[in-house]
Structure formats: structure tokens, C-alpha cells
Design a protein around this ligand. Structure first.
Ligand code: FEO
Length: 394
């Protein structure tokens, strides 16, 4: 990707990772980008680096605007290696003694990643840095989503460099929200669901803080995906909605199956829910990736999980999904379990335990059926669905 001037003297110099399909367990079907930004002022400033493998491309992009050795300082908004992996090469190129601005935790975390004794300048929340005609303000955003995370705001241009916040794993020909329109929203939602959902309470506080500060925003530039310039308020409002996790009349039936018995139960539950006006869908874990399911979980009122009993336990894909979902701490959910078994039949009990740990509202002990569902078994599935439909918001 060639550098693009996004505002006068401010360039996007990052890279596109067209081929990534797995980002630490998150399915990135449309690739991703590692955004980096260059500000040309009296002090030439680079905001964030890129993944290690892409650092040559970053340096080449910078070279199309200025000689990289002219960079006066680097800002690291976030330590995670998709943004810091290229830092050693960048610092080596521009001069190891150049100032590196980051949060206090940023200094600690960068030091734990890289042995180099860089010229760290830890900044506090609200601290300002004059570049020349521009002034930067640093905003600490601890745990959004790492302890080191911070935002950098350009006062004069009203641009917020938001690190992972408001990002999306999306690689395409577009660079701005007005070029892609609403088609970017599912990618932003999936990103939120898989990276930020567990920090929802902090996001609501952050948005409140930004609103109180009356921070004018002409542009939000995240470190992944497209830049929000047409309507930055749209993604902020979406973050508020997703953080609230208000349950809709929507149910996900997440399952795996061995000989189609648990699948037959899943379909019976979905059919009965749909008949009761619930937006319900089956999600087979060997067809749907856990990260795609999480994007659906945000606004679902009910999560119904089905597993056969295998070797006295859960089917492995169900354990994987429950572990993943538990870590992301979804809220305001009704939960229920179902599954077929041969002789021991532990799966429903084990799922219930996991759902209880997630503080889901278990409104039924669940349905377990030996071997193959008969008419009576399917009737039990319908009854479970009816109970769930009754408990969901209208
Ligand atoms: Fe894009 Fe938390 O790294």
C-alpha cells in the first residue's frame, strides 16, 4: 500500500496483510492491516509500527515521504506485537537514541518484549507534546485492551489515533468509512466482540469521558482497518450499543454432533424458537468459527449449547467454544443446554456448569436424550424452546 495523505502533513504509512486468516485464533477472512501514521511537523513523528514481517514495507512507505532517519520521535500507543514487532528495526534505522513516547505501562511492557534500552518517555493521561504547529494530547486507555494501551490526539487536526479501539480486521481497496459504507460494520462488530467485549464497562466509561471532554473528532484512525472520517460518531455510538449488550429476541443454538442426534435436537429447538417469533439460528461448530459466533453473541438474548457426551465429557469443539466465550464475559444472557448421549450422559450437566460460571440465567435443567431423539425427545426440545421464547424480550 502506498502512503496516503489523510490530512495536511499527516500520512497513513501502514501495510496491508492480505493473506492473514488466523489472528491468534480469530478468523480474519478478509485479512487485516497494520496501520501506522507519520506526522510531518517541526518534530517528525511516527505513530505505531507494524508487525515484524512487514517492517521493510513500512520503511519503504516512509521513504516515499521523507528519509526515515529524519523521524524525530516515535509514539507507541500499544505494545502488542502486531504494532511493536517492527519497532527494533524502526529504532535502529532512525537512531536508537530517538525519544520513544508511550504510557508508563507501555515502557514496562516494551521493555519486557525487547532488550534494547530505548530512550523511553513515559507520558501521563492528558499530557501534551508540542510538535511545532501541532500539539498532541495523550489519553491513557488502560485495559483497552492491554494495560499499556493509550490514544494519541492531535489537537489542531482533531484526529484521534485510537490504537486497536474502533478497529477492524479488514483488508480491501478502501481506506475510509465513506468508501466502504455500512459494509464495514460487521467487521467492526466482530473485532469488538472478540477483542474488546470483556472490557465493555471500561468502554462505556471512556466514551463518557470523551463526551465530557467535548473532544471534537474529525477523524478516528485505528491501527487496523479503515479510518472513520465521514462519521466518527457512528462507530462510537456502535461501541456504546455493543458495550451495553442489551438482549434482543434472538437465540443462538451452538452445537456439535457425532451421529446427528444432537444436530436433530438443535434443529428442533431452532424451529420451535422461530415459530415463536425468535430470531434463532443453528451454529454448528465445525461450520462456524468461534470468532464469528462471538459477533452474534453480543446482542443475542439466549445462548443454547448442545454437545454429545464423548468419553464422559464434552465434545472438544464445545469445550473450546465455552472456554473462549467465558473469557470474553458476555452479559445479559439466558442459557440452556442439550445433547445426546450413549450411556453416561454428562454433557448437559457440564455445559450448565460452564454457563452458570458465566452468570447466564439458566431457566431449565436442559434436555438430554439417549442415542437418537424420538417423538417424546423432540417434544422436550420444543418445550425447552417455548420456555426460552417466553423469557426473551418481545
Ligand atoms: Fe492490534 Fe492489541 O493489537
Amino acid at each position: 500500500m502506498n502512503p496516503v495523505e489523510i490530512a495536511e502533513g499527516i500520512y497513513s504509512v501502514g501495510v496491508v496483510d492480505w493473506n492473514i486468516r488466523d489472528f491468534h485464533g480469530y478468523s480474519t477472512n478478509k485479512g487485516s492491516t497494520y496501520n501506522s501514521y507519520l506526522i510531518i511537523d517541526e518534530k517528525i513523528t511516527l505513530i505505531d509500527a507494524v508487525k515484524k514481517e512487514f517492517v521493510d514495507e513500512l520503511l519503504e512507505n516512509i521513504s516515499k515521504i521523507i528519509d526515515p532517519v529524519k523521524i524525530d520521535l516515535v509514539i507507541s500507543n500499544h505494545t502488542e506485537m502486531d504494532h511493536s514487532g517492527g519497532l527494533p528495526r524502526v529504532m535502529h534505522k532512525i537512531g536508537e537514541d530517538k525519544p520513544l513516547y508511550c504510557s508508563k505501562m507501555g515502557e514496562k511492557n516494551l521493555s519486557l518484549h525487547f532488550p534494547q534500552k530505548w530512550n523511553y518517555h513515559p507520558v501521563k493521561n492528558g499530557e501534551e507534546l508540542k510538535l511545532g504547529k501541532r500539539t498532541l494530547t495523550f489519553l491513557e486507555t488502560r485495559m483497552l485492551h492491554w494495560p499499556d494501551s493509550m490514544f494519541t490526539y492531535v489537537n489542531e487536526d482533531k484526529i484521534l489515533f485510537s490504537s486497536d479501539g474502533f478497529g477492524q480486521h479488514y483488508a480491501g481497496p478502501e481506506m475510509f468509512d465513506d468508501q466502504i459504507g455500512d459494509a464495514i460494520m460487521p467487521h467492526a462488530k466482530k473485532y469488538f466482540a472478540n477483542i474488546l467485549l470483556l472490557y465493555s464497562p471500561l468502554i462505556l466509561k471512556l466514551v463518557e469521558k470523551i463526551t465530557e471532554m467535548k473532544l471534537p473528532l474529525d477523524m478516528i484512525c485505528p491501527d487496523h482497518g479503515i479510518i472513520w472520517r465521514k462519521d466518527p460518531g457512528k462507530i462510537i455510538n456502535a461501541y456504546v450499543e455493543w458495550s451495553r449488550q442489551e438482549p434482543k429476541r434472538k437465540a443462538l443454538v451452538v452445537y456439535d454432533t457425532m451421529w446427528h442426534s444432537t444436530e436433530t435436537m438443535a434443529k428442533a429447538i431452532v424451529d420451535a424458537l422461530c415459530q415463536k417469533g425468535v430470531h434463532a439460528k443453528p451454529m454448528h461448530l465445525r461450520s462456524c468459527h468461534r470468532s464469528d459466533i462471538m459477533a452474534e453473541v453480543i446482542d443475542a438474548g439466549a445462548i443454547i449449547v448442545g454437545s454429545p457426551t464423548l468419553n464422559n465429557g464434552l465434545f472438544p469443539s464445545i469445550s473450546d467454544f465455552l472456554t473462549y466465550m467465558k473469557g470474553l464475559k458476555p452479559k445479559n444472557k439466558i442459557g440452556a443446554a442439550f445433547g445426546s448421549y450413549g450411556w453416561s450422559g454428562e454433557s448437559v450437566k457440564l455445559i450448565n456448569k460452564e454457563l452458570e460460571d458465566m452468570k447466564f440465567d439458566l431457566i431449565d435443567p436442559g434436555v438430554k436424550i439417549q442415542y437418537v431423539p424420538d417423538e417424546k425427545g423432540l417434544e422436550a426440545c420444543h418445550e425447552l424452546a417455548e420456555k426460552i421464547a417466553k423469557a426473551l424480550p418481545v
